[in-house]
Ligand binder design. Structure first.
Ligand code: NDP
Ligand code: 2IT
Length: 445
């Protein structure tokens, strides 16, 4: 049995109840075959055995009191997966679906994504099964304070630096930061995505969505094309989706759809982002409210078709894992899609991703395409360390350069291993190389 096969068998035995983690880890391990099966040094150092096992998992109770005076209890997690190339770095997700499998898959992806940025950040992820939907600001604050009352002892600006993810935006980072500061009596860059007046970086809010579009734009440039005149489907209507849409529009593309957990909106003349921001970010409402404002926009509830049925040139899934399945991929391909770029983490199922690659659709995996968010978080850490803040333009230019570099490093790695255009393989190998070398250099840790 090959080294990779042995590890895949092993992780299936040990993590049988963690389907998302197994999905993410198997995809990476499959890609690494040409690297690790041909060089015994990895097996001799048990490198893969170490790579698939988090350095540390923290799970904790989060008790808080709701507005009616009732005690609520949620589960909190932080998975510190790899510190091979820098402090653990990765977001916090607050969503009722959160469990150890989901946090481990996200933490594992983060190792390779962070490596691809070229910046010194390790991989981690955390979160809670707390559902911010329908909660008052005071309830969210009390939850965040309780969550940080445990988390603070595990994190620090040189140890582990959390940020946002689904359900965690500027409001939540504010409450978390306030509690950290109060407990430790230290004003430090322990979280990223902070407010602009208290240590946040300009362009961090926009970074994941902008970065996704910069990476796809770089690919388009290499084939003499651009976003101008392209029809684009976007899923999600949160942080990543909104700023991806904004950048596509500024480059002359037409974004015709967005989704939330209740359904999707189809707006052929182009999504109005001011209205989306008002409905989703200010009112924290539902996308169905958006459609009421435009005579040519339609809203479909979940179960009544999917967003991937709309004919487009480019699809950017920006909501959540496994939201683009084989049926969605078939519909997109039948309608002539040319490019799929993942703004979310693992939004495409494995069979759907395989079909895109077989069909010649350019498929950019999340760990490369959505790395702009964490890259800009690392730039926020740098600004905090030197106690300076850089202009929007400076940060945006650095973000653009990082995404251009990521495109070329995954393209080069795919070519080097004889699989031109297979950006899944390219991203996994390019991300792995640096982490693996750091682990070998640092001895048995
Ligand atoms: P937000 O919470 O801002 O937005 C999430 C969006 O996705 C909302 O429209 C939400 O709908 C929808 N959504 C979430 N869960 C589900 C679900 N189970 N089914 C259907 N729709 C769902 O999160 P972000 O925009 O920050 O994150 C989106 C994705 O991007 C995630 O996969 C995240 O891991 C990834 N990502 C985020 C980065 C960041 O910097 N924020 C960086 C890199 C990746 P609703 O409003 O109904 O909940
Ligand atoms: O998935 C991700 O890369 C994020 N949610 C951002 C992590 C970060 O530390 O900025």
């Amino acid at each position: 049995m090959s080294y990779v096969d042995r590890i895949i068998t092993d992780i299936n035995k040990k993590n049988a109840d963690q389907p998302e983690f197994l999905q993410a880890a198997t995809e990476v391990l499959e890609s690494l075959r040409p690297v690790v099966d041909s060089d015994g040094k990895y097996e001799n150092a048990a490198l893969l055995e170490r790579l698939v096992e988090p350095e540390r998992i923290i799970q904790f109770r989060v008790p808080w009191i709701d507005d009616k005076g009732n005690v609520q209890v949620n589960r909190g997690f932080r998975v510190e997966f790899s510190s091979a190339i820098g402090p653990y770095k990765g977001g916090l997700r607050f969503h009722p679906s959160v469990n150890l499998s989901i946090i481990k898959f996200l933490g594992f992806e983060q190792i390779f994504k962070n490596s691809l940025t070229g910046l010194p950040i390790g991989g981690g992820k955390g979160g809670s099964d707390f559902d911010p939907k329908g909660k008052s600001d005071n309830e969210v604050m009390r939850f965040c304070q309780s969550f940080m009352t445990e988390l603070y002892r595990h994190i620090g600006p040189d140890t582990d630096v959390p940020a946002g993810d689904i359900g965690v935006g500027g409001r939540e980072i504010g409450y978390l930061f306030g509690q950290y500061k109060r407990i430790t009596n230290a004003f430090q860059g322990v979280l990223t995505g902070k407010g602009l007046d208290w240590g946040g970086s300009l362009a961090r809010t926009e970074a994941t969505g902008y970065g996704l579009v910069y990476l796809v734009e770089e690919y388009l440039k290499t084939v003499g094309d651009s976003f101008a005149g392209k029809t684009v489907a976007i899923s999600g209507s949160g942080n990543v989706a909104i700023f991806a849409a904004q950048k596509v529009q500024s480059l002359g593309g037409n974004v015709v759809s967005m989704t939330d957990s209740n359904g999707y909106v189809h707006h052929p003349s182009g999504i109005n982002l001011d209205k989306i921001k008002e409905v989703k970010l200010v009112q924290r409402g539902r996308l169905s409210d958006y459609a009421k404002h435009f005579s040519d926009a339609t809203h479909k509830e979940v179960g009544d078709g999917v967003v991937w049925d709309i004919p487009v040139d480019i699809a950017l899934p920006c909501a959540t894992q496994n939201e683009l399945d084989l049926a969605g991929a078939k519909a997109l391909i039948a309608n002539g899609v040319k490019i799929v770029g993942e703004g979310a983490n693992m939004p495409t199922t494995q069979d759907a991703a395989d079909l895109f690659i077989e069909s010649g659709v350019k498929f950019f995996p999340g760990k490369a395409a959505n790395a702009g968010g964490v890259a800009t978080s690392a730039l926020e850490m740098s600004q905090n360390s030197e106690r300076l803040s850089w202009s929007f333009d400076e940060v945006d230019k650095m973000l653009n350069r990082i995404m251009v570099n990521i495109y070329h490093s995954i393209d080069d790695a795919a070519k080097l291993y004889g699989q031109e255009g297979n950006y899944i393989l390219g991203a996994n190998i390019a991300g792995f190389r640096k982490v693996a070398q750091a682990m070998l250099d640092q001895g048995l840790v």
